[in-house]
Design a protein around this ligand. Structure first.
Ligand code: GLC
Ligand code: MG
Length: 520
C-alpha cells in the first residue's frame, strides 16, 4: 500500500473534500491550486495524501473530474465505510468485513421508513454500510434521538451522524471517518510506518470524529459548519493541537501546516516574482512545479515580459535537447523555447491554469534526475493532461538544473480535442507579421508531398487543410516553392489567407521540420 515511500511518511494529511479541500465558492479554485503546488513541490515525494469524504465512489469520481484535485494515496469514501488504495483505488475488503459486525442494512431501512422527516438521498449515496437521508435542521435532534432509540430496540450497533445541517447518515458503530483513520494508523503501526506527523482537516459534522484520534493535529477551516464548531466547543476546546483557521478551505490547511510547523508552508503559487529571483530550493520536484507556474503566468501575461527573465529561463534548457510532443513529433529544445517566447500573453484575460499531479523523482546519476508527473492544463471548458517525463541535470557547484529532455504523452481520454492545440502549444497560434507567416509556411511547405497535388483543393488530406484563394494553388518546382509563395503573398492582402495545418502523426511522423496553425 505504501510501497511508493521507502520509510514512514513525513506528513500525512487526511482531509475532507467538500468545503475543506474544495471550495465550491471559489470558481477559479485558487486555494486548491495553492495547495496543489505546495504539495507537489515539497511533500509528494515523502508524504501521504488521504481524502476522507462523505461522497460515494460515484460522486467522488465526478468531483475529481470537475475540480483540480490531486491524486490521493488513499481514498476514504462514504463517511469512513469504504477505503481504497492508490490510483487504481484497490478496495480494502478487510475493512468492509469489519463493518459487518452487528450491522443489518434491512433493519435500518425498515426503522428509518417510520420517520417521514427523513427523505432518502439518491441511490448512489446508499452504500452497503451507509444509509443516507436529508433531514431539515429544525427538530433534527428530536428525530435523531427517536431514531436512535428505535434502532437500539432492534439491538443494532449504529452510529448516526448529522452534517451540514442537512444530511443524516446511519452507519455501523465501528465506521465513520475517525474509525477509518484509526484503522489505517493501526495498519501503519503494524508495518513500522506511523507517519511522523498527521494533520486532519474538516468542516462539518461527519469530520468531528477525525479530531478525536490521539496524536493528530487538526484544522477546522474558517468556513466550518456550526455543528462542528459546537462539537469542538463541547468536546475538544482545550486541545492545543486543534485550530480553527482564519482562512477558508485549502488555504486553511496551508495555514495549519505553518501553525503546527509541519514543513514548508509557502506555496510556490504565492511567490510572485519568481521569474527574477530564483528561490533557493534545490529540488527537482520544486523545479518542475515552478517552471509550469511560470509558463502559466507567461501565457497569461501575469509576469513581466522582459528579455532578462526570458534569457534566464532559456538558459535552463539545453538548446540541443529534445522535446517529444504528445502528438509524437520531436523538436529541438531551442525551438520550444523560441516558441514559448512568442506565446507570451496568448492566454491573457482567459481562464488558463496548469497544475502538476503525481510528481515523482528518481536520481539516476550523481548529477541527473528523472522527474515524472501529470501535467494538467485547463482552459475553463476543456481540460487535458500529458504524462510527462523530464531529464534534469545539474553541474557541480551550480545550484540550478538544466532541462535536457522532455517527453510527453497524452493520458488516455485526456487528449486535447482539437488536435491542432498540440501545435498551438508549441507553435505560434496567431501569426502577426510576414516573418511569422514565412515561418509558418516554411513548416507547411516542408510537408511538400501533399502540396504537390494541391490543384484547386481546399482539403489536402485529413490532416492538412489549406484555405487559400484558388489561383495561388499552383504546383511549382520544389526548391522554389517558398520563394514563389512568399513572392505572391507580398502583393496580396494578408487577410486573404487562412492556413490551418494539422500535424498528423502517421505519414510525416518525425519528418516535419515545422508546422503551424495560423489565421490572418
Ligand atoms: C456527502 C454524501 C452524503 C452524506 C454527506 C454527509 O455529501 O454524498 O451521502 O450524507 O456527505 O456525510
Ligand atoms: Mg465537508
Amino acid at each position: 500500500m505504501m510501497d511508493r515511500l521507502s520509510g514512514p511518511p513525513r506528513l500525512m494529511i487526511v482531509s475532507d473534500l467538500d468545503f475543506t479541500m474544495v471550495d465550491h465558492e471559489d470558481p477559479e479554485n485558487l486555494s486548491l491550486l495553492r495547495f496543489n503546488s505546495l504539495w507537489e513541490a515539497y511533500y509528494r515525494q515523502f508524504s501521504l495524501l488521504v481524502y476522507s469524504t462523505g461522497r460515494s465512489p460515484t460522486i467522488y469520481k465526478q468531483l475529481r473530474k470537475e475540480k483540480p484535485l490531486l491524486t490521493p494515496d488513499i481514498t476514504i469514501m462514504s463517511v469512513g465505510t469504504e477505503i481504497a488504495y492508490g490510483e487504481s483505488m484497490v478496495p480494502d475488503s478487510d475493512w468492509e468485513q469489519c463493518l459487518n459486525l452487528n450491522w443489518d442494512k434491512d433493519i435500518v431501512t425498515q426503522e428509518t421508513a417510520k420517520f417521514p422527516q427523513l427523505i432518502p438521498q439518491s441511490d448512489t449515496e446508499q452504500r452497503p454500510h451507509k444509509v443516507s437521508f436529508f433531514l431539515e435542521k429544525p427538530n433534527s435532534s428530536e428525530v435523531i434521538k427517536a431514531l436512535s432509540e428505535c434502532l437500539e430496540k432492534r439491538k443494532l450497533d449504529v452510529k448516526i451522524i448529522y452534517s451540514n445541517g442537512t444530511a443524516l447518515d446511519v452507519l455501523p458503530k465501528g465506521a465513520g471517518k475517525g474509525q477509518a483513520l484509526a484503522y489505517l494508523l493501526r495498519k501503519f503501526k503494524a508495518n513500522g510506518r506511523i507517519p511522523l506527523n498527521s494533520l486532519v482537516c474538516g468542516d462539518s459534522g461527519n469530520d468531528a470524529e477525525l479530531f478525536t484520534i490521539p496524536e493528530v493535529y487538526g484544522v477546522m477551516v474558517s468556513n466550518a459548519q456550526e455543528e462542528l464548531l459546537q462539537w469542538h466547543a463541547e468536546n475538544a476546546k482545550n486541545n492545543p493541537n486543534i485550530i480553527h483557521s482564519s482562512e477558508r478551505c485549502a488555504s486553511g490547511i496551508i495555514q495549519a501546516i505553518g501553525k503546527f510547523s509541519l514543513g514548508p508552508n509557502v506555496s510556490p503559487r504565492d511567490i510572485k516574482d519568481f521569474g527574477k529571483c530564483r528561490v533557493n530550493v534545490f529540488s527537482p520536484g520544486y523545479e518542475v512545479v515552478n517552471f509550469y507556474l511560470f509558463y502559466e503566468r507567461w501565457r497569461r501575461a501575469e509576469v513581466e515580459k522582459s528579455d532578462q527573465i526570458f534569457q534566464n529561463l532559456k538558459s535552463s534548457f539545453y538548446p540541443l535537447g529534445t522535446f517529444v510532443h504528445p502528438c509524437g513529433t520531436e523538436q529541438p529544445m531551442k525551438k520550444c523555447t523560441d516558441m514559448m517566447e512568442r506565446l507570451y500573453g496568448d492566454k491573457q484575460g482567459k481562464q488558463y491554469q496548469i497544475w502538476l499531479d503525481r510528481v515523482s523523482t528518481s536520481q539516476i546519476g550523481s548529477d541527473s534526475w528523472l522527474v515524472k508527473f501529470d501535467k494538467w492544463e485547463s482552459t475553463g471548458e476543456e481540460r487535458y493532461c500529458c504524462l510527462t517525463t523530464v531529464l534534469l541535470t545539474t553541474k557541480q557547484a551550480e545550484e540550478s538544473f538544466t532541462w535536457m529532455h522532455i517527453h510527453q504523452t497524452w493520458l488516455d481520454g485526456l487528449e486535447a480535442k482539437d488536435r491542432s492545440v498540440c501545435l498551438c502549444s508549441t507553435m505560434s497560434n496567431n501569426a502577426n507579421s510576414e516573418d511569422e507567416v514565412h515561418h509558418l509556411l516554411k513548416g507547411a511547405w516542408s510537408l511538400s508531398p501533399c502540396f504537390g497535388s494541391l490543384k484547386g483543393a481546399w482539403s489536402l488530406s485529413p490532416w492538412i487543410k489549406l484555405k487559400l484563394p484558388l489561383k495561388r494553388l499552383q504546383p511549382c518546382g520544389s526548391s522554389n516553392r517558398i520563394a514563389w509563395f512568399l513572392g505572391d503573398l507580398e502583393g496580396s492582402k494578408v487577410s486573404d489567407l487562412v492556413v490551418k495545418v494539422r500535424l498528423g502523426a502517421r505519414r510525416h511522423k518525425n519528418r516535419i521540420s515545422g508546422a503551424g496553425r495560423g489565421e490572418l
